[in-house]
Design a protein around this ligand. Structure first.
Ligand code: ISE
Length: 336
């Protein structure tokens, strides 16, 4: 079966997904694109011979759309995700699932009413080969328990529209989800520290920040979010076990040794750094939709991540950087 896919949100990320589904993956076909910017919808749809809609209502209601990808801004995700659930369509929603815990709860309620897991949150790092190897080392148990994790999430630059809150809900949210997935437990406390600021930031921005989190069993996680590096998109992670330290390898494809040293090209965005992970995530989703099955992270994962974001933002907004408790509702059996 070919899965007929509709995309809501014709920005850079959405277009990258259209290209991967068409050129690199199998089993999926782009049949419709919706964007409130009519010209954007038309120009994104046209190369694929897809329909262009101005509203998500039309796209979700189109009987020729089997499943939906949402790549709009986080703030507008919730109503579209709920529309897809009510239409009984599988939806892969880019992170964050929603920007408030209340909206995530509404999504979980709609999904439980539908009686079927339909929502996958676009936490693509769960599909990155190196993070998976790291998780396999932890789960093999030969080096003892996890004690600490050190993360560095660095971007070359961000636009003026990027806010300090986005350092948490748009950037650190990747580590928040990846750490929950890697360690297999919830994050229960979080603090956001503000070191000295870079002169390369826009004046309104707090950058860098360091997000410090603790899990239920007491693993301490730190995450340097540093988004005006100028030189690269660079993701680092070191998992400290009792008798080993496991680090992600570098992301390079080749090394060059010459008169300038031994070096490798650095990625410039998440789209090139996580190309393989995005492809695996989308291929698994298409395959699962074709079998009428759910795959990947659930609405609960989206909710839990957004709840950690809420606590982290509360800490960020208080100059004393308090350690804030993360509050979660009881996990519904539906997501067990
Ligand atoms: C962006 O939305 C992403 O998802 C990237 O992975 C992250 O590095 C960047 O900071 C975000 O703005």
């Amino acid at each position: 079966m070919t899965v007929r896919i509709g995309l809501i949100g014709a920005g850079g990320m959405g277009r990258a997904h259209l290209a991967r589904i068409t050129n690199e993956l199998s089993g999926g076909k782009i049949v419709a694109v919706a964007d409130i910017n009519h010209d954007a919808a038309v120009s994104a749809a046209e190369p694929y011979g897809a329909k262009a809609y101005d509203t998500s209502d039309e796209l979700v209601g189109d009987p020729e759309v089997d499943a939906v990808v949402i790549a709009t801004f986080g703030k507008v995700h919730a109503p579209d995700v709920i529309k897809c659930i009510e239409a009984g369509k599988y939806v892969l929603c880019e992170k964050p699932l929603a920007t408030t815990a209340e909206d995530c709860i509404k999504i979980m309620e709609a999904e439980q009413k539908a009686g079927k897991k339909l929502v996958t949150v676009g936490f693509m790092r769960r599909f990155d080969a190196a993070y998976n190897e790291m998780k396999a080392v932890l789960e093999a148990g030969e080096n003892g328990q996890a004690l600490l994790v050190h993360n560095r999430h660095r971007n070359p630059s961000v636009p003026e529209s990027y806010t300090s809150r986005m350092a948490i809900d748009d950037t650190a949210i990747h580590e928040i989800d990846t750490m929950r997935w890697l360690l297999g437990e919830e994050i229960v406390k979080v603090r956001v520290e503000r070191p000295k600021s870079t002169t390369h930031r826009f004046e309104h921005l707090i950058d860098p920040v360091v997000v410090v989190m603790y899990t239920e069993s007491g693993v301490r996680i730190d995450d340097e979010v540093n988004v005006n590096l100028q030189w690269a998109y660079s993701i680092e992670c070191e998992l400290v076990l009792e008798t080993a330290a496991v680090r992600l390898g570098d992301q390079e494809k080749i090394h060059i040794r010459d008169a300038h040293g031994n070096r490798n090209a650095m990625c410039q965005s998440h789209i090139d750094r996580f190309q393989g992970a995005f492809n695996r995530e989308f291929q698994e989703w298409i395959n699962a939709v074709a079998r009428d099955e759910h795959t990947g992270s659930t609405s609960w994962d989206g909710y839990a991540a957004t709840s950690v974001v809420d606590a982290a933002v509360a800490s960020l907004e208080d100059e004393t950087s308090p350690l804030v408790d993360v509050t979660l509702i009881d996990k519904p059996d539906f997501y067990a």
